[in-house]
Design a protein around this ligand. Structure first.
Ligand SMILES: NC(=O)c1ccc[n+]([C@@H]2O[C@H](COP(=O)([O-])OP(=O)(O)OC[C@H]3O[C@@H](n4cnc5c(N)ncnc54)[C@H](OP(=O)(O)O)[C@@H]3O)[C@@H](O)[C@H]2O)c1
Length: 340
């Protein structure tokens, strides 16, 4: 049951808000600032006053409706959810039916189904966790999707102390977390990254960083069969080249994959699965999920200072279209954050 304070707070909420809304799939120009109704939290949801949102390449995939397969789940002709933004840190301002464990004023963070690029967003309670007091909303918002994906990729390859790990595509959101978290697990980390991001990934814990425009998965510098785990965040390398990098008993994890074909990424993932049957160097596709337990661990690591998310730039909500265009261009260094 809601107490009087919660009811009073809910009564004082505005009825409309600023949100970045998209009515058709396309480039960043299809996402425009508009006044729309403040959402009403449904059963087992809370309403958040958005504080910070981090953007991911997943937001760009949903914005463009690419690969085409995403439209089956997210709207065949136009986006079912017109407001993008999944990684959200915010303040609870109203409670939906059935919510007992949260109160107005709680500071939370979570990987939501969408809606974050707005002043208010409804959040399913199973997706949110408490934000540590000494961690900023901006930093907390970087963690859910990219940090969670990197964590699950390392788990999928059983990365632990003393392992040799190669991260392919180390400079973006998932890549920077993969490098930092592998190093925190005590692994020795090599990275394929752009020349301009070399010092960034070395600062996150990579021992050796190679320019991906000069060194690829088949290059002599990386050797053959020397890695316990290869985390492929890009998805452009031949599967045979990835496998050749892995020692017997190790694994390559496929995080990123192509988006051009009608059925992408299914053909690559199916080929990887078939080739891995009975293999001592399996290629393991990753389908990361929102996981509140992992998010809590990431928040603790960040609050303790052990994990320092790389934030390239922060934009205000009024300029979120520019932030989306930046991520759409494909050259983010670490994370891009929008503050509301
Ligand atoms: N499987 C899953 O469950 C899952 C979950 C989340 C994300 N993903 C996928 O993971 C990928 C990364 O996502 P993200 O949000 O981290 O992307 P992002 O932040 O937008 O990544 C951009 C970075 O990728 C680098 N890059 C691009 N091409 C490269 C190449 N050929 N070699 C090395 N680096 C390259 C860019 O460096 P330069 O600027 O130097 O080119 C840039 O720094 C996406 O394909 C996404 O769909 C998969």
């Amino acid at each position: 049951m809601h107490d009087k304070k919660d009811a009073a707070a809910a009564a004082s909420l505005p009825t409309t808000m600023t949100a970045w809304r998209q009515l058709a799939y396309g480039g960043p120009e299809t996402v425009v600032s508009a006044r729309i109704d403040v959402p009403t939290p449904g059963r087992d949801e809370v309403l958040l006053r958005t504080r910070a949102v981090s953007l991911n390449s997943a937001d760009v995939h949903l914005m463009r409706g690419e690969p085409r397969m995403v439209r089956l789940a997210f709207g065949l002709r136009r986006p079912k959810r017109p407001v993008l933004g999944m990684d959200v840190a915010g303040t609870v301002v109203a409670l939906g039916e059935g919510v007992a464990d949260w109160a107005v004023g709680d500071e939370v963070v979570g990987e939501l189904p969408g809606g974050g690029l707005a002043e208010y967003v409804a959040a399913p309670v199973k997706r949110i966790v408490r934000r540590p007091e000494d961690l900023s909303a901006e930093t907390a918002a970087t963690l859910p999707l990219a940090g969670g994906t990197a964590w699950q990729a390392l788990d999928r390859a059983h990365v632990g102390t003393g392992d040799r790990v190669l991260v392919i595509g180390a400079s973006g959101g998932v890549g920077t977390f993969a490098v930092a978290l592998a190093a925190l697990r005590g692994a020795e980390v090599d990275a394929l990254t752009g020349a301009r991001s070399r010092s960034l990934v070395e600062g996150l814990g990579a021992t050796r960083a190679f320019d991906y425009r000069a060194v690829g998965p088949g290059s002599a510098q990386l050797g053959r069969g020397g890695y316990d785990a290869v985390i492929d965040v890009v998805g452009a390398a031949r599967l045979s080249a990835l496998r050749a990098l892995v020692r017997e008993g190790g694994a390559a994890v496929l995080v990123g994959s192509g988006t051009e074909g009608l059925f992408d990424p299914l053909p690559r993932l199916a080929a990887a699965s078939v080739r891995s049957i009975g293999s001592k160097r399996p290629l393991r596709p990753l389908a990361a999920v929102a996981d509140a337990r992992i998010l809590s661990e990431l928040l603790d690591l960040a609050a303790s200072g052990a994990l320092k998310p790389a934030i390239e730039r922060t934009w205000p909500l009024a300029e979120a279209g520019a932030a989306l265009a930046h991520v759409d261009a494909g050259h983010t260094l670490g994370k891009v954050v929008v503050t509301a």
